[in-house]
Design a protein around this ligand. Structure first.
Ligand SMILES: Nc1nc2c(ncn2[C@@H]2O[C@H](COP(=O)(O)OP(=O)(O)OP(=O)(O)O)[C@@H](O)[C@H]2O)c(=O)[nH]1
Ligand SMILES: [Mg+2]
Length: 290
């Protein structure tokens, strides 16, 4: 039996959450075309006949501008510190010298596993360029090319990862998917929809707080607050005659029903909490400070 912790880190938008979901075969982490989608360290467990892996998906590496960002980088560092294997995921189009700088800053004395994602959208020549760049670098333990979205190279990656895990027994029951509460995933699924429904900067200014979660026999009744910074944003979230929040509610409900495999009754409310991203009380309340 082999078991251990594998951390997925890398640039914003590299496809870390897509990879986590593809590896565990369940939608555990939200995904969007925009950067900085993931804000927490998200743990998902994959159990096989003779192995158990606890994966951590982490926020993309950024220069913190707000307390929220500092907490996001804290999540990145906590993932590094207890990992048996650190995967550094990059988008095949990334600037390699920049990636190398980040690696030397964040992981000065570790050998890491470079995983190059999105090979479905690059040419063979770029692949060779990347291989040549990392060839012989002392910090590189392995170099693997994949497409998380197209599920290319994942079986090979997984079996290589298992081979490199330490011997040991399972940390969690075989059927456990995560050690995080269902409410957390529900709030994330609502937040995910905001990336698709609202323009530009707004999703970055939103938090979602679950205020009710009642599991009844036929239906799960959920209420959530959509938290914004300013009164003017409240209007945008609601939309003319409540049209936008209605769309948000419908799309979120569909995705939560799929996740819970149950019927859901969902109510959404909008609350203004000035500057919540820089306020420790609010950050704690919305689950960004433990
Ligand atoms: N073409 C292509 N797109 C991909 C691949 N993997 C992920 N993507 C896309 O890249 C975008 C970002 O994916 P995420 O999984 O949210 O990336 P992330 O690294 O978790 O991003 P943050 O949480 O913001 O740091 C999404 O639009 C994905 O669909 C891939 O293998 N090929
Ligand atoms: Mg992510």
């Amino acid at each position: 039996m082999r078991s251990g912790f594998i951390n997925i880190m890398g640039r914003p938008n590299a496809g870390k959450s897509t990879l986590l979901n593809a590896l565990v075969g369940e939608k555990m982490a939200i995904v969007s075309p925009k950067v900085q989608t993931t804000r927490h360290r998200i743990r998902a467990i994959l159990s096989g006949k003779d192995y158990q892996i606890v994966f951590s998906d982490t926020p993309g590496i950024i220069q913190p501008e707000y307390k929220l960002h500092e907490r996001m980088m804290h999540a990145v560092r906590s993932g590094i510190s207890d990992a048996d294997i650190c995967l550094f995921l990059l988008d095949a189009r990334d600037d390699l010298a920049l990636i190398e700088n980040w690696i030397s800053e964040l992981l000065p004395s570790q050998s890491i596993w470079i995983v190059v994602n999105k090979v479905d959208i690059i040419h063979e020549q770029r692949k060779q360029e990347i291989s040549a760049f990392f060839q012989g670098k002392p910090y590189v333990k392995q170099l693997t090319f994949i497409s998380a979205a197209k599920q290319m190279g994942l079986d090979k990656l997984l079996s290589e990862l298992i081979d490199h895990l330490p011997e040991g027994s399972a940390y969690f029951p075989e059927d456990a998917l995560t050690d995080m509460p269902t409410r957390f995933f529900v709030s994330e699924l609502i937040r995910e929809q905001t990336y698709f429904l609202y323009e530009e900067e707004l999703p970055y200014q939103i938090a979602v707080a679950i205020t009710k979660f009642e599991e009844k026999e036929q239906i799960t009744a959920i209420a959530a607050d959509i938290i914004v910074h300013r009164e003017s944003q409240k209007g945008i979230i609601l939309g003319a005659g409540g049209s936008m929040i209605k769309k948000l509610g419908m799309a979120s409900r569909v995705s939560i029903e799929k996740f819970l495999d149950k019927k859901v009754y969902l109510e959404l409310f909008v609350k203004v909490r000035a500057n919540w991203r820089n306020n420790e009380t609010f950050l704690r309340e919305y689950g960004y400070l433990q």
